[in-house]
Design a protein around this ligand. Structure first.
Ligand code: ADP
Ligand code: MG
Length: 523
């Protein structure tokens, strides 16, 4: 059994637990097997079995805390004693000596005695848990450095990182709190819930651990009353929960390396608990914000995957309708990594006509025909291609094409007119082919806008090295074929006046997270 899958202490604990279970079940049926348990059992043998119940059993010590490993090379750890040392030194209770760790560049920077977790008596009968930093390179609690020879209280769901705030190695579960008891029973039996990973319009997404195998998952919790309120604000009470049900149905059917996988769904009176594959690299949004735009090569590799994922959705007659960098998750922190598209809450399976009536989406990423169509409009999969154009623009430049920070035109007008600017300071180093793809996706006419298939055939996407890397990311174990690309390239078109490179001194708008707006179509 690997170190990652089971805690060293819980392993021995469960062994002793099963021993004690055997012993107690024997006591119920008779004393014969107790006689083989060692000294003292001879006396027990002569006692009638009904009297055995009065003999007190030694209580198994219960762990008061658990460290859930977040990184390969670390393993889960139950805390039973009042002091634990962590470090490279062999004398540590938790020695960083896993072969996987030794191969990592971080390894040498771990201190021999890196940190210590201690549990001390607090007021009354309570205990307080602290984490102390004894390292040269730092121990971090929820992104904050503790500081050498200093301590901070360690509380439920706190995240511990070592050497660097992003090198997160553990989440701490305080097993003495009863917050798990508030969870619906069916879910609680199977999972332990931990910190919040993200939140959206109708609930939160939490990290959770499957009890049976310690597998990490993400759980999207949709609170029904909150959702119902949102729906009724839209005057659409009849469609209560239809979005969630749709999301579940859609996700269940999908199977693509760049689409989030649903594991199971719990439907409770007050909430849905949707168990999803955990994606650990955070949102594309945060990466773009951090780096103020991506390198063109990185943007290409990530965007190619987005196109493949959305093409897959479209081939399955699904329009996402809420594509934005917050809904594109990254598998890890590597520059070239797998992406996973999430949040199909606003999706609908479209019929033959591929047209939809409901007006849903986030304004910054919303296609002009959706805005124009309010009242009479039909719109199709092309809305996703518009959103992809906005995402590509943001990835390359680090600022959004349409923004309410631009004061000379309303956001609505900017979108309807396709008015955006390539500020030279941000675009000078970006290839004309990349810009060309942006322009063709941000075509206000949905009929002329590139489809995902067209975009995949665009010259910017014809990069065999990049495709090879993507293939390895998508199918690390197997040599599967990527969808064949066709040779029909989109024709070159004349520049529209509003697409001219901007030389104006106007300030570029900043990128900020957008709340999803869900509007009911006007009458
Ligand atoms: P909403 O419909 O509320 O926007 P999302 O499904 O987009 O819900 O989730 C909200 C946020 O939670 C995401 O932007 C992301 O940060 C985080 N999240 C969602 N799913 C996962 C997952 N499978 N793994 C890791 N984080 C996730
Ligand atoms: Mg979302």
């Amino acid at each position: 059994m690997s170190k990652e899958s089971v805690t060293s202490t819980s392993q021995s604990q469960s062994q002793s637990q099963s021993q004690s279970q055997n012993a107690s079940s024997s006591s119920a049926t008779g004393s014969s097997s107790l006689s083989s348990a060692g000294s003292g059992t001879v006396i027990l043998d002569s006692i009638p079995s009904q009297d055995l119940a009065t003999i007190p059993e030694a209580e198994e010590p219960k762990p008061w805390g658990r460290l859930w490993a977040l990184e390969k090379g670390f393993w889960n750890f139950d805390c039973l004693n009042n002091e634990y040392w962590f470090g490279r030194d062999k004398s540590c209770h938790y020695c960083f000596d896993h072969p996987v760790l030794k191969r990592k560049e971080h390894f040498r920077s771990y201190s021999k005695k890196h940190c210590r977790i201690i549990r001390e008596k607090g007021p009354g009968n309570t205990f307080v848990v602290f984490i102390e930093d004894h390292s040269s390179n730092g121990t971090f609690l929820n992104g904050q450095i503790i500081g050498k020879d200093r301590r901070l209280p360690l509380y439920n769901n706190a995240e511990i990182a070592i050497n660097h705030e992003l090198h997160k190695v553990f989440v701490f579960s305080d097993l003495t709190t009863d917050d798990q008891l508030n969870l619906p029973k069916g879910f609680r039996d199977k999972y332990i819930i931990s910190k919040t990973l993200g939140s959206g319009v109708c609930g939160e997404v939490k990290l959770a651990f499957e009890k049976a195998n310690c597998k990490k998952v993400a759980v999207k919790i949709v609170h029904k009353p909150k959702f119902a309120q949102l729906v009724s604000e839209r005057g659409d009470a009849a469609s209560k929960f239809s979005n969630v049900a749709t999301e579940i149905e859609i996700l269940k059917k999908l199977d693509h390396p760049c689409i989030i996988k649903i594991e199971e769904v719990f439907d409770f009176e007050d909430s849905f608990y949707i168990v999803l594959d955990l994606v650990e690299g955070g949102e594309l949004f945060d990466r773009v914000m951090r780096s103020k735009g991506l390198k063109e090569e990185t943007a290409k590799l990530l965007f190619y995957q987005m196109l493949l994922a959305v093409q897959y959705l479209h081939d399955n007659n699904i329009t996402h309708r809420d594509l934005k960098p917050e809904n594109v998750l990254l598998a890890n922190n590597e520059e070239n990594c797998l992406i996973k598209i999430t949040d199909f809450g606003l999706s609908k399976i479209v019929g033959e006509t591929s047209l939809m009536k409901t007006l849903c989406g986030t304004l910054t990423y919303l296609a002009p025909e959706v805005l124009l169509g309010a009242g009479a409009g039909w719109y199709s999969k092309a809305v996703d291609c518009w959103s992809l154009g906005v995402i590509l623009f943001i990835c390359l430049a680090g600022y959004p094409p349409f923004s309410d920070e631009i004061t000379d035109m309303t956001l609505r007008d900017q979108i309807i007119k396709g008015h955006y600017r390539f500020f030279p300071d941000y675009w000078a180093h970006i290839s004309e082919t990349a810009k060309d793809l942006v322009k063709r996706l941000l075509n206000v006419d949905p009929e002329k806008r590139l489809s995902t298939k067209d975009a995949l055939n665009h010259p910017w996407m014809q990069d065999e090295d990049m495709k090879k890397k993507v293939k390895q990311l998508m199918y690390p174990q197997t040599e599967l074929m990527l969808p064949p690309s066709t040779s029909d390239q989109p024709s070159t078109s004349r520049k529209r006046p509003h697409e001219e490179d901007c030389t104006s001194s106007a300030k570029r708008p900043t990128l900020s997270s957008n709340k999803t707006v869900a509007q009911e179509q006007g009458n």
